[in-house]
Design a protein around this ligand. Sequence first.
Ligand code: NAI
Ligand code: MG
Length: 351
Amino acid sequence: KTLKIAAIPGDGIGKEVVPAAIDVLNTISEIHGGLKFEFTEFPWSCEYYLEHGDMMPKDGLDILQSFDSIFLGAVGNQHLVPDHVSLWGLLIKIRREFEQTINIRPAKVIKGIRSPLLNPKDFDLIVVRENSEGEYSEIGGKIYRGEDEIAIQNAVFSRKGTERAMRYAFELASRRKKHVTSATKSNGIVYSMPFWDSVFKEVSKDYPDISTDHQHIDALSAFFVTQPDKFDVIVASNLFGDILTDLGAAIMGSIGIAPAANINVNGKYPSMFEPVHGSAPDIFGKGIANPMGQIWTAKMMLDHFGEEELGTTLLDVVESVTNDGFLTPDIGGQYTTKEVTDEIINRLKTF
Ligand code: NAI
Ligand code: MG
Protein backbone atom coordinates (compact mmCIF):
# COMPACT_ATOMS: atom_id res chain seq x y z
CA LYS A 1 0.00 0.00 0.00
CA THR A 2 1.33 3.43 -0.93
CA LEU A 3 -0.01 6.50 0.85
CA LYS A 4 0.35 9.85 -0.88
CA ILE A 5 0.87 12.53 1.71
CA ALA A 6 0.97 16.28 1.25
CA ALA A 7 3.46 17.67 3.78
CA ILE A 8 3.07 21.33 4.72
CA PRO A 9 5.73 22.27 7.32
CA GLY A 10 4.38 25.85 7.42
CA ASP A 11 6.08 28.33 9.72
CA GLY A 12 8.52 28.37 12.63
CA ILE A 13 9.16 25.05 14.33
CA GLY A 14 6.83 23.37 11.83
CA LYS A 15 9.92 23.42 9.60
CA GLU A 16 11.85 21.51 12.27
CA VAL A 17 9.33 18.97 13.53
CA VAL A 18 7.69 17.98 10.22
CA PRO A 19 10.99 16.74 8.68
CA ALA A 20 11.67 14.88 11.95
CA ALA A 21 8.30 13.12 11.81
CA ILE A 22 8.76 12.33 8.10
CA ASP A 23 12.07 10.62 8.94
CA VAL A 24 10.23 8.57 11.56
CA LEU A 25 7.47 7.59 9.12
CA ASN A 26 10.02 6.61 6.49
CA THR A 27 11.73 4.40 9.07
CA ILE A 28 8.40 2.73 9.81
CA SER A 29 7.95 2.11 6.11
CA GLU A 30 11.43 0.51 5.92
CA ILE A 31 10.53 -1.84 8.76
CA HIS A 32 7.09 -2.68 7.50
CA GLY A 33 7.94 -3.24 3.85
CA GLY A 34 4.34 -3.35 2.65
CA LEU A 35 3.57 0.21 3.61
CA LYS A 36 5.05 3.06 1.57
CA PHE A 37 4.76 6.79 2.03
CA GLU A 38 5.09 9.18 -0.86
CA PHE A 39 5.63 12.66 0.56
CA THR A 40 5.23 15.81 -1.50
CA GLU A 41 6.31 18.94 0.32
CA PHE A 42 4.61 22.31 -0.15
CA PRO A 43 6.28 25.53 1.04
CA TRP A 44 2.97 27.26 1.85
CA SER A 45 3.66 29.60 4.75
CA CYS A 46 3.96 33.25 5.73
CA GLU A 47 7.14 33.55 3.65
CA TYR A 48 5.22 32.16 0.70
CA TYR A 49 2.60 34.84 1.35
CA LEU A 50 5.16 37.65 1.16
CA GLU A 51 6.26 36.40 -2.24
CA HIS A 52 2.87 35.48 -3.73
CA GLY A 53 0.28 37.51 -1.80
CA ASP A 54 -1.50 34.35 -0.72
CA MET A 55 -0.86 31.55 1.76
CA MET A 56 -1.30 28.95 -0.95
CA PRO A 57 -1.81 29.01 -4.73
CA LYS A 58 -5.29 29.66 -6.13
CA ASP A 59 -5.60 25.98 -7.05
CA GLY A 60 -4.05 24.87 -3.73
CA LEU A 61 -7.10 22.91 -2.64
CA ASP A 62 -7.31 21.15 -6.03
CA ILE A 63 -3.68 20.13 -5.60
CA LEU A 64 -4.32 18.79 -2.09
CA GLN A 65 -7.42 16.91 -3.22
CA SER A 66 -5.29 14.28 -4.97
CA PHE A 67 -3.55 13.23 -1.74
CA ASP A 68 -4.58 10.60 0.82
CA SER A 69 -3.92 13.00 3.68
CA ILE A 70 -2.37 16.29 4.69
CA PHE A 71 0.44 16.41 7.25
CA LEU A 72 0.77 19.93 8.59
CA GLY A 73 3.23 21.51 11.01
CA ALA A 74 2.11 24.94 12.17
CA VAL A 75 1.02 28.20 10.62
CA GLY A 76 1.72 31.72 11.83
CA ASN A 77 4.46 34.35 11.88
CA GLN A 78 3.10 37.61 13.18
CA HIS A 79 6.23 39.51 12.13
CA LEU A 80 5.43 38.81 8.50
CA VAL A 81 1.65 38.34 8.26
CA PRO A 82 -1.18 39.00 10.72
CA ASP A 83 -2.40 35.76 12.31
CA HIS A 84 -5.97 36.05 11.06
CA VAL A 85 -4.69 36.29 7.48
CA SER A 86 -2.23 33.39 7.71
CA LEU A 87 -4.43 30.97 9.67
CA TRP A 88 -7.59 31.68 7.67
CA GLY A 89 -5.66 31.57 4.40
CA LEU A 90 -4.34 28.06 4.95
CA LEU A 91 -5.23 26.06 8.04
CA ILE A 92 -8.84 27.11 8.54
CA LYS A 93 -9.47 27.21 4.80
CA ILE A 94 -8.46 23.57 4.49
CA ARG A 95 -10.52 22.56 7.55
CA ARG A 96 -13.65 24.23 6.18
CA GLU A 97 -13.38 23.53 2.45
CA PHE A 98 -12.48 19.88 3.01
CA GLU A 99 -15.38 19.41 5.43
CA GLN A 100 -13.12 18.30 8.26
CA THR A 101 -16.05 18.30 10.61
CA ILE A 102 -14.49 16.29 13.43
CA ASN A 103 -11.43 17.19 15.44
CA ILE A 104 -9.95 14.49 17.63
CA ARG A 105 -7.34 15.00 20.32
CA PRO A 106 -6.09 12.32 22.68
CA ALA A 107 -4.53 13.00 26.07
CA LYS A 108 -2.79 10.39 28.15
CA VAL A 109 -0.07 9.93 30.70
CA ILE A 110 3.27 9.57 28.92
CA LYS A 111 5.95 7.68 30.81
CA GLY A 112 8.80 9.94 31.85
CA ILE A 113 6.88 13.18 31.37
CA ARG A 114 5.68 14.92 34.49
CA SER A 115 2.04 15.92 34.48
CA PRO A 116 1.32 19.18 36.33
CA LEU A 117 -1.51 17.38 38.13
CA LEU A 118 -0.84 17.04 41.84
CA ASN A 119 -1.80 13.40 41.84
CA PRO A 120 -1.71 12.25 38.22
CA LYS A 121 -3.80 9.14 37.68
CA ASP A 122 -3.12 6.87 34.75
CA PHE A 123 -5.50 8.59 32.34
CA ASP A 124 -5.98 7.82 28.64
CA LEU A 125 -8.78 9.79 27.04
CA ILE A 126 -9.74 11.25 23.69
CA VAL A 127 -11.92 14.25 22.93
CA VAL A 128 -14.10 14.21 19.82
CA ARG A 129 -14.87 17.83 19.00
CA GLU A 130 -17.52 18.95 16.53
CA ASN A 131 -15.37 21.09 14.25
CA SER A 132 -17.70 22.96 11.90
CA GLU A 133 -20.71 24.49 13.62
CA GLY A 134 -22.00 25.03 17.15
CA GLU A 135 -20.97 28.17 18.97
CA TYR A 136 -18.46 29.21 16.28
CA SER A 137 -21.03 30.41 13.78
CA GLU A 138 -21.04 33.53 11.68
CA ILE A 139 -24.65 34.31 12.57
CA GLY A 140 -25.39 37.30 14.71
CA GLY A 141 -24.74 40.99 14.71
CA LYS A 142 -24.44 44.20 16.64
CA ILE A 143 -26.96 46.93 17.21
CA TYR A 144 -26.87 50.39 18.80
CA ARG A 145 -23.81 52.16 20.10
CA GLY A 146 -22.38 53.31 23.35
CA GLU A 147 -24.03 52.14 26.53
CA ASP A 148 -26.95 50.62 24.60
CA GLU A 149 -24.66 48.55 22.39
CA ILE A 150 -25.75 44.90 21.98
CA ALA A 151 -23.81 42.00 20.42
CA ILE A 152 -25.69 38.87 19.47
CA GLN A 153 -24.07 35.58 18.52
CA ASN A 154 -26.17 32.58 17.56
CA ALA A 155 -25.02 28.99 17.91
CA VAL A 156 -25.96 26.49 15.21
CA PHE A 157 -26.58 22.83 15.99
CA SER A 158 -27.78 20.78 13.04
CA ARG A 159 -29.10 17.28 13.56
CA LYS A 160 -26.68 16.02 10.89
CA GLY A 161 -23.62 17.70 12.40
CA THR A 162 -24.48 16.72 15.96
CA GLU A 163 -25.25 13.12 15.06
CA ARG A 164 -22.08 12.87 12.96
CA ALA A 165 -19.87 13.87 15.88
CA MET A 166 -21.66 11.50 18.23
CA ARG A 167 -21.53 8.50 15.91
CA TYR A 168 -17.83 9.13 15.42
CA ALA A 169 -17.39 9.12 19.21
CA PHE A 170 -19.31 5.85 19.65
CA GLU A 171 -17.40 4.13 16.83
CA LEU A 172 -14.14 5.25 18.41
CA ALA A 173 -15.24 4.05 21.87
CA SER A 174 -16.12 0.63 20.46
CA ARG A 175 -12.40 0.19 19.68
CA ARG A 176 -11.36 1.51 23.12
CA LYS A 177 -12.75 1.21 26.64
CA LYS A 178 -16.36 1.39 25.43
CA HIS A 179 -17.49 4.48 27.27
CA VAL A 180 -18.70 7.82 25.90
CA THR A 181 -19.18 10.97 27.96
CA SER A 182 -21.26 13.79 26.51
CA ALA A 183 -20.18 17.34 27.35
CA THR A 184 -23.36 19.31 27.85
CA LYS A 185 -24.76 22.37 29.60
CA SER A 186 -28.49 21.77 29.32
CA ASN A 187 -29.06 23.19 32.77
CA GLY A 188 -28.13 26.65 31.53
CA ILE A 189 -28.46 26.69 27.74
CA VAL A 190 -32.09 25.94 27.00
CA TYR A 191 -32.34 25.18 23.25
CA SER A 192 -29.12 23.84 21.81
CA MET A 193 -27.97 21.71 24.73
CA PRO A 194 -31.25 19.88 25.44
CA PHE A 195 -31.24 19.15 21.69
CA TRP A 196 -27.66 17.91 21.99
CA ASP A 197 -28.75 15.67 24.91
CA SER A 198 -31.67 14.19 22.98
CA VAL A 199 -29.53 13.37 19.93
CA PHE A 200 -26.95 11.79 22.24
CA LYS A 201 -29.65 9.62 23.80
CA GLU A 202 -30.98 8.58 20.39
CA VAL A 203 -27.56 7.71 18.96
CA SER A 204 -26.57 5.79 22.09
CA LYS A 205 -29.45 3.37 21.46
CA ASP A 206 -27.59 2.12 18.37
CA TYR A 207 -24.60 1.18 20.56
CA PRO A 208 -26.03 -0.98 23.36
CA ASP A 209 -22.61 -2.32 24.41
CA ILE A 210 -21.19 1.14 25.04
CA SER A 211 -21.86 2.79 28.38
CA THR A 212 -22.56 6.51 28.54
CA ASP A 213 -22.82 9.42 30.87
CA HIS A 214 -23.18 13.15 30.47
CA GLN A 215 -21.55 15.92 32.43
CA HIS A 216 -22.07 19.64 32.41
CA ILE A 217 -19.04 21.32 30.92
CA ASP A 218 -18.12 23.18 34.11
CA ALA A 219 -18.04 20.02 36.23
CA LEU A 220 -16.44 18.08 33.37
CA SER A 221 -13.55 20.58 33.22
CA ALA A 222 -13.00 20.10 36.94
CA PHE A 223 -13.03 16.29 36.54
CA PHE A 224 -10.33 16.58 33.85
CA VAL A 225 -8.11 17.87 36.64
CA THR A 226 -9.32 15.77 39.59
CA GLN A 227 -10.11 12.41 37.96
CA PRO A 228 -9.08 12.26 34.27
CA ASP A 229 -8.77 8.47 34.59
CA LYS A 230 -12.58 8.21 34.69
CA PHE A 231 -12.85 9.09 30.98
CA ASP A 232 -12.55 7.22 27.71
CA VAL A 233 -14.14 9.13 24.80
CA ILE A 234 -15.68 12.57 25.35
CA VAL A 235 -17.91 14.10 22.68
CA ALA A 236 -18.20 17.87 22.75
CA SER A 237 -19.47 20.84 20.77
CA ASN A 238 -17.05 23.16 19.00
CA LEU A 239 -16.52 25.57 21.91
CA PHE A 240 -16.61 23.01 24.71
CA GLY A 241 -14.26 20.76 22.74
CA ASP A 242 -11.86 23.61 22.10
CA ILE A 243 -11.56 24.30 25.81
CA LEU A 244 -11.38 20.65 26.86
CA THR A 245 -8.62 19.83 24.38
CA ASP A 246 -6.34 22.62 25.60
CA LEU A 247 -6.95 21.35 29.11
CA GLY A 248 -6.16 17.84 27.89
CA ALA A 249 -2.83 19.02 26.48
CA ALA A 250 -2.07 20.88 29.70
CA ILE A 251 -2.58 17.89 32.00
CA MET A 252 -0.18 15.84 29.85
CA GLY A 253 2.68 18.19 30.69
CA SER A 254 3.42 20.24 27.55
CA ILE A 255 1.64 21.59 24.54
CA GLY A 256 4.65 20.35 22.56
CA ILE A 257 3.52 16.72 22.84
CA ALA A 258 -0.20 17.01 22.02
CA PRO A 259 -1.43 15.64 18.66
CA ALA A 260 -4.61 16.30 16.69
CA ALA A 261 -6.50 15.17 13.62
CA ASN A 262 -9.08 16.97 11.51
CA ILE A 263 -11.25 14.29 10.00
CA ASN A 264 -13.34 14.39 6.84
CA VAL A 265 -15.85 11.75 7.82
CA ASN A 266 -17.46 11.07 4.43
CA GLY A 267 -14.09 10.42 2.76
CA LYS A 268 -14.77 12.95 0.00
CA TYR A 269 -11.70 14.97 0.90
CA PRO A 270 -8.38 14.23 2.59
CA SER A 271 -8.16 14.54 6.37
CA MET A 272 -5.51 16.73 7.95
CA PHE A 273 -3.13 15.79 10.75
CA GLU A 274 -1.44 18.55 12.77
CA PRO A 275 -0.10 18.90 16.30
CA VAL A 276 -1.92 21.16 18.77
CA HIS A 277 0.99 23.58 19.18
CA GLY A 278 1.74 26.58 16.99
CA SER A 279 4.92 27.80 15.28
CA ALA A 280 6.65 28.70 18.59
CA PRO A 281 8.65 31.69 17.29
CA ASP A 282 10.33 32.02 20.71
CA ILE A 283 12.32 28.82 20.19
CA PHE A 284 12.43 28.57 16.37
CA GLY A 285 15.90 28.03 14.96
CA LYS A 286 17.39 26.72 18.20
CA GLY A 287 16.86 23.07 17.33
CA ILE A 288 15.12 22.36 20.63
CA ALA A 289 11.48 22.04 19.54
CA ASN A 290 9.81 18.96 20.94
CA PRO A 291 9.13 16.64 17.98
CA MET A 292 6.73 14.45 19.98
CA GLY A 293 3.54 16.30 19.10
CA GLN A 294 4.26 15.96 15.39
CA ILE A 295 5.36 12.32 15.76
CA TRP A 296 2.29 11.40 17.81
CA THR A 297 0.26 13.15 15.09
CA ALA A 298 1.93 10.77 12.63
CA LYS A 299 0.70 7.90 14.81
CA MET A 300 -2.85 9.24 14.50
CA MET A 301 -2.41 9.27 10.73
CA LEU A 302 -1.31 5.61 10.83
CA ASP A 303 -4.38 4.76 12.94
CA HIS A 304 -6.58 6.60 10.45
CA PHE A 305 -5.29 4.42 7.61
CA GLY A 306 -6.06 1.27 9.62
CA GLU A 307 -2.42 0.70 10.61
CA GLU A 308 -3.26 0.72 14.31
CA GLU A 309 -0.66 -1.88 15.18
CA LEU A 310 2.12 0.26 13.72
CA GLY A 311 0.63 3.30 15.42
CA THR A 312 0.73 1.56 18.78
CA THR A 313 4.31 0.42 18.18
CA LEU A 314 5.33 3.99 17.35
CA LEU A 315 3.82 5.45 20.53
CA ASP A 316 5.33 2.63 22.62
CA VAL A 317 8.76 3.45 21.23
CA VAL A 318 8.26 7.17 21.87
CA GLU A 319 7.31 6.38 25.47
CA SER A 320 10.35 4.18 25.96
CA VAL A 321 12.48 7.12 24.79
CA THR A 322 10.82 9.64 27.14
CA ASN A 323 10.90 7.13 29.97
CA ASP A 324 14.68 6.89 29.58
CA GLY A 325 15.00 10.66 29.90
CA PHE A 326 15.47 11.76 26.28
CA LEU A 327 13.50 14.98 26.76
CA THR A 328 13.54 18.40 25.13
CA PRO A 329 13.74 21.51 27.36
CA ASP A 330 9.97 22.17 27.37
CA ILE A 331 9.53 18.98 29.41
CA GLY A 332 12.53 19.48 31.62
CA GLY A 333 15.24 17.83 29.53
CA GLN A 334 18.30 19.03 27.64
CA TYR A 335 18.14 17.05 24.41
CA THR A 336 17.67 18.54 20.95
CA THR A 337 14.98 17.82 18.38
CA LYS A 338 17.48 15.77 16.40
CA GLU A 339 18.76 13.76 19.36
CA VAL A 340 15.26 12.78 20.46
CA THR A 341 14.20 11.95 16.89
CA ASP A 342 17.35 9.89 16.23
CA GLU A 343 16.76 7.94 19.43
CA ILE A 344 13.20 7.16 18.35
CA ILE A 345 14.40 6.08 14.89
CA ASN A 346 17.18 3.85 16.30
CA ARG A 347 14.79 2.12 18.68
CA LEU A 348 12.19 1.64 15.93
CA LYS A 349 14.84 -0.21 13.91
CA THR A 350 15.46 -2.67 16.72
CA PHE A 351 11.93 -2.91 18.13
P1 NAI B 1 2.68 28.12 20.35
O1 NAI B 1 2.01 26.82 20.52
O2 NAI B 1 3.43 28.34 19.09
O3 NAI B 1 3.69 28.37 21.58
C1 NAI B 1 3.25 28.44 22.93
C2 NAI B 1 4.42 28.10 23.87
O4 NAI B 1 4.66 26.69 23.83
C3 NAI B 1 5.73 28.77 23.47
O5 NAI B 1 6.44 29.11 24.63
C4 NAI B 1 6.46 27.68 22.70
O6 NAI B 1 7.85 27.80 22.75
C5 NAI B 1 5.97 26.41 23.38
N1 NAI B 1 5.91 25.29 22.42
C6 NAI B 1 4.96 25.07 21.48
N2 NAI B 1 5.25 23.97 20.77
C7 NAI B 1 6.39 23.48 21.27
C8 NAI B 1 7.22 22.36 20.95
N3 NAI B 1 6.88 21.48 19.96
N4 NAI B 1 8.34 22.17 21.66
C9 NAI B 1 8.68 23.00 22.66
N5 NAI B 1 7.95 24.08 23.01
C10 NAI B 1 6.82 24.32 22.32
O7 NAI B 1 1.55 29.26 20.52
P2 NAI B 1 1.68 30.85 20.33
O8 NAI B 1 3.01 31.31 20.79
O9 NAI B 1 0.47 31.41 20.91
O10 NAI B 1 1.56 31.09 18.76
C11 NAI B 1 2.68 31.26 17.90
C12 NAI B 1 2.19 31.31 16.46
O11 NAI B 1 1.61 30.05 16.11
C13 NAI B 1 1.11 32.34 16.22
O12 NAI B 1 1.33 32.91 14.96
C14 NAI B 1 -0.17 31.53 16.27
O13 NAI B 1 -1.21 32.10 15.52
C15 NAI B 1 0.27 30.24 15.64
N6 NAI B 1 -0.52 29.06 16.02
C16 NAI B 1 -0.78 28.15 15.04
C17 NAI B 1 -1.46 27.00 15.32
C18 NAI B 1 -1.66 26.02 14.23
O14 NAI B 1 -1.02 26.09 13.20
N7 NAI B 1 -2.52 25.04 14.41
C19 NAI B 1 -1.96 26.72 16.66
C20 NAI B 1 -1.58 27.71 17.65
C21 NAI B 1 -0.91 28.84 17.31
MG1 MG C 1 -7.65 26.06 20.99
